[in-house]
Each structure stands twice: as structure tokens, then as C-alpha cells.
Design a protein around this ligand. Structure first.
Ligand SMILES: *Cc1c(COP(=O)(O)O)cnc(C)c1O
Length: 456
């Protein structure tokens, strides 16, 4: 484990909090068992939790998992002394205000500081649900389209909302094919296009700037799903074309989703939805016989589909952004750049492998910090099989990668460039700043694992 700052940070802050509630009597509830009982249950809990992958460690380079910052953990735990509910100011007075401030800072990152409507959600899925719910009401009966690499949640959400949804082709880098989109738009029944900035599999960035141009001839809404890639707006000037241009256009979207619990250093339970037009708030309008009494100011439950929601998430986010402001030249942005450099370094290693054992996606990838590669082999089944075995051999060395299935025809050296068959590939999400420093170690372990598996 890394040195744990949490207890020290918390002890000081808790004293301050206790002053605020000093006059309350101590709790005398029989369900508050003895300290000894609780300690022994906690021991058992810790033992169970030991059965996990080392998500916090730089050699965990598999799925989208980034440890929350110590300030986020401390602020979240501190807020648990109160357990605020951000449904209404009645249940979360300070934390509702902190949410409004933190969300305005995220909106500012997309140049929407003056004028937006937004709030936190318990996940990217819920945030996307709200975006498509609003889209369905503003374009009733119309279709929603997204690329075949858009997150699978969009198809499911559309089915929950009973809105027709269709997937569109991508190019071999996993970006939405604009010609395919234009063909669909000509049919006249598309109401909303889901544009992904940073797909989940590849970190591919759909060409938002080109998609916006289609609005000259067609009338449609644009929802940007930047659950994974949203924070890369801060370093978008350092990205390659066309991703740089896509990010430059993001403020022209109608709605944006970003997940602070992915790249934003937050504990799970923190997504965010933003709308450019604050007037969509009218669609949420409802009355509650129970809830909104203590303040005439907006209660967050009046502009969100979820009711009860962890105020502690807002507190953690607020504290994190105060320590690490969302600025292009700040320490938080520097962490994103380090992960991207790690991804580029891994790509170079794979490319320069003297035995030419690995195949990469076309140049121009990776666009963010996710690297995908396949094994060169006489046939597709062998290639998939080798990927699985190297994945396991890496895990045995405590290097944790991920797997993903992609059309084999996307790769150079495809067996059949016209086929749509899928091949299992190795995938590494290098989202921790420390990945840059650890990349050589990651590469050494990966080569060792590959040599154990591959025929000589
Ligand atoms: C992770 C992800 C989602 C889903 O978000 P959750 O927070 O896991 O619910 C949606 N879209 C994209 C692009 C994602 O990467």
C-alpha cells in the first residue's frame, strides 16, 4: 500500500467539524455496539477486501481504474460525519452549494461558465440517461444514433426511454464515420447524435468538428459523451489532429457528460451532466409534497432525475478541485499529460519490437491514454488465444492488463481486410500519472510474459 495520509488528514479536520456540533448529546443507541465488536467485524471486512486486484498500484494498467486522491477520500469521509443528501437543500445545505460550485468549475472547463444547467449524478450511465431523456423530449419520435464504439449504455438507455437507436460505422481508429452519419441524416428522422470524446475501448475521439458542420444542412441535437475523455479538454492543445479540433468544438454541443469518478480522482458515485441551455430545466419540473421547504433557492432534486444522492460526492469533488484546479497549466492537467506520454512510450516499444510480434491500430492512435494491440499469428484464433495467455502470464507477474475484442480488419497485417471477424486484443489504460515512471518496468514484465507464451 502507498503511505496512507488519510488518518492524519482526517484527525485535524474532524476536530473542527465537532466544534460545529458540540452541543449535541452523545448517541445512546443499542445498535451502536461495543468498540471491540466493531473492531472484530472490521478485521473480517478487511480480510474480505484483501481479495482484489491492486488497483492503486502502477502495475495495475488494465481497466479504467484510477485511485481517488487522498483529499477526495478525506473530504468524503469527513462528510460522512453528516451524511448529507443532495436531493434538496433540506438534506444537504453546505454540500448542495459545494455541488453547484464544483459543477460550475467543470462547466468552465468547457467554456460554459456563464450559462449552463448541470449537476452531479451517481454515474456516467445516469448522466447519459438524463441527456437522452432531455433529447427525446426536445426531438420527440426521432432517432438517436451513435457510433458502434459508443458505450453500450446508449442503446440500453434508449430502450428504457423507448427511443429508437441505431449504431453507425466507424473508421479503423474507432472514430465515427462522418459519411455514414450523413447518410443517416438524409433520411430525416435523426433527432440526436451521440458523439463520444474518448471511447471506452480505445479512447477514440469522434470528429465533433466535422459532425457540427453537418448541422448546416440537417437539424439535430448533439450529445457529447465525454464520461472518460472529458478532462482531456485541459490538455487538448497537446493532442494530435483531429482530436485537438474535436475538443476545440466541444462547447458547441447541446449536452456533455463527464465522469469525475473516472479521470477526476473521485470515489465511485460521481458522474456529471451539463446542458448548454439552462431552459431545459423546465422539462424536470415537478412538485414534491415532502421535499423542498427550507430554501427558495434551487434544490438539486428539482433539476435531476435521481432523488437521494450522496452529498459526500460533491464535498469530495469540491475539495479536490480546490486543491487541484481544473486549469491547463495545473498539476491535475500535468497528470493527464504524463499518462498520455506513457501510452505513447508503450506504443513505441510495441512498434519497435525487434521480433515484430505485435500489431497496432493505424497511426494516429492512441488518441488519449489507452493502447490496444494484437498478437501477430498465422490465424485469427491463434492470435486471440495468445492474447488471452499473455494476459494471464502478465497477471502472474502482478502486471494487470485488459482484453478487448475488435474487428481484425482494423489492424495492419489483417488476414482478411474485408472481414468483420473480431480478434481478442490486449489493452492497457495508462491513466495514472505514475504510469509514465513505471513504463519501462511494465514493458520488461510484458516482454517476459510474452516470451513465456510465444513459440520460439
Ligand atoms: C464509463 C463510460 C460510461 C458509463 O459510465 P459509468 O460511470 O460507468 O456509469 C459511458 N460512456 C463512456 C464513454 C464511458 O467511458
Amino acid at each position: 500500500m502507498p503511505p496512507d495520509l488519510l488518518p492524519g488528514l482526517l484527525a485535524r479536520a474532524s476536530e473542527r467539524l465537532q466544534e460545529a456540533f458540540a452541543e449535541l448529546p452523545p448517541r445512546s443507541d443499542p445498535a451502536w455496539s461495543s468498540l471491540a465488536d466493531m473492531a472484530s467485524v472490521l478485521d473480517a471486512t478487511a480480510q474480505r477486501l484483501g481479495d482484489n486486484y491492486p488497483y492503486f498500484h502502477p502495475l495495475y494498467a488494465g481497466q479504467m481504474l484510477k485511485p481517488p486522491h487522498p483529499i477526495a477520500r478525506a473530504a468524503y469521509t469527513l462528510a460522512m460525519a453528516i451524511n448529507p443528501n443532495n436531493h434538496a437543500r433540506d438534506g444537504g445545505r453546505a454540500s448542495s452549494e459545494m455541488e453547484v460550485e464544483a459543477v460550475a468549475e467543470i462547466a468552465g472547463m468547457f467554456d460554459w461558465a456563464d450559462g449552463h444547467l448541470g449537476h452531479l449524478t451517481s454515474s456516467g450511465t445516469l448522466a447519459n440517461l438524463e441527456a437522452l431523456w432531455v433529447a427525446g423530449q426536445s426531438h420527440p419520435g426521432k432517432r438517436i444514433v451513435g457510433s458502434s464504439q459508443a458505450h453500450y449504455t446508449h442503446q440500453r438507455i434508449s430502450s428504457v426511454l423507448q427511443l429508437p437507436y441505431s449504431p453507425l460505422a466507424t473508421d479503423t481508429c474507432g472514430r465515427m464515420d462522418v459519411n455514414a452519419l450523413e447518410t443517416e441524416l438524409r433520411k430525416g428522422d435523426v433527432g440526436t447524435v451521440v458523439v463520444t470524446l474518448g471511447t471506452t475501448a480505445l479512447g477514440a475521439v469522434d470528429p465533433l468538428h466535422d459532425i457540427l458542420e453537418l448541422r448546416q444542412n440537417h437539424h439535430f441535437r448533439i450529445h457529447v459523451d465525454a464520461a472518460y475523455g472529458g478532462y482531456f479538454k485541459l490538455i487538448s492543445n497537446a493532442l494530435d489532429e483531429p482530436a485537438r479540433r474535436a475538443y476545440a468544438a466541444i462547447s458547441q454541443a447541446d449536452s456533455i457528460v463527464v465522469d469525475p469518478h473516472k479521470h477526476g480522482l473521485q470515489p465511485y458515485g460521481c458522474g456529471c451532466i451539463l446542458f448548454r441551455d439552462p431552459a431545459v430545466g423546465r422539462l424536470y419540473k415537478h412538485d414534491s409534497p415532502y421535499t423542498y421547504f427550507t430554501s427558495k433557492e434551487l434544490h438539486l432534486g428539482e433539476i435531476s432525475l435521481e432523488c437521494s444522492r450522496a452529498g459526500a460526492s460533491a464535498v469530495a469533488l469540491w475539495a479536490t478541485q480546490r486543491l487541484l484546479p481544473l486549469k491547463p497549466d495545473g498539476a491535475f492537467a500535468a497528470g493527464l499529460s504524463a499518462g498520455r506520454r506513457a501510452a505513447l512510450a508503450l506504443k513505441r516499444h510495441l512498434q519497435q519490437d525487434t521480433a515484430a510480434r505485435f500489431d497496432l491500430l493505424p497511426s494516429g492512435t492512441p488518441e488519449l491514454d489507452i493502447v490496444v494491440w494484437k498478437l501477430r499469428a498465422p490465424d485469427l484464433k491463434t492470435s486471440s488465444n495468445l492474447a488471452q495467455r499473455i494476459f494471464a502470464a502478465c497477471a502472474a507477474r502482478n502486471l494487470h492488463l485488459a482484453l478487448v475484442q475488435l474487428p481484425e480488419s482494423w489492424f495492419a497485417h489483417a488476414h482478411n481486410p474485408a472481414s468483420r471477424e473480431l480478434v481478442t486484443c490486449l489493452r492497457s489504460v495508462l491513466m495514472k500519472p505514475e504510469h509514465e515512471f513505471w513504463l519501462e518496468r511494465i514493458w520488461t514484465l510484458f516482454v517476459e510474459a510474452s516470451e513465456e507464451v510465444l513459440p520460439r
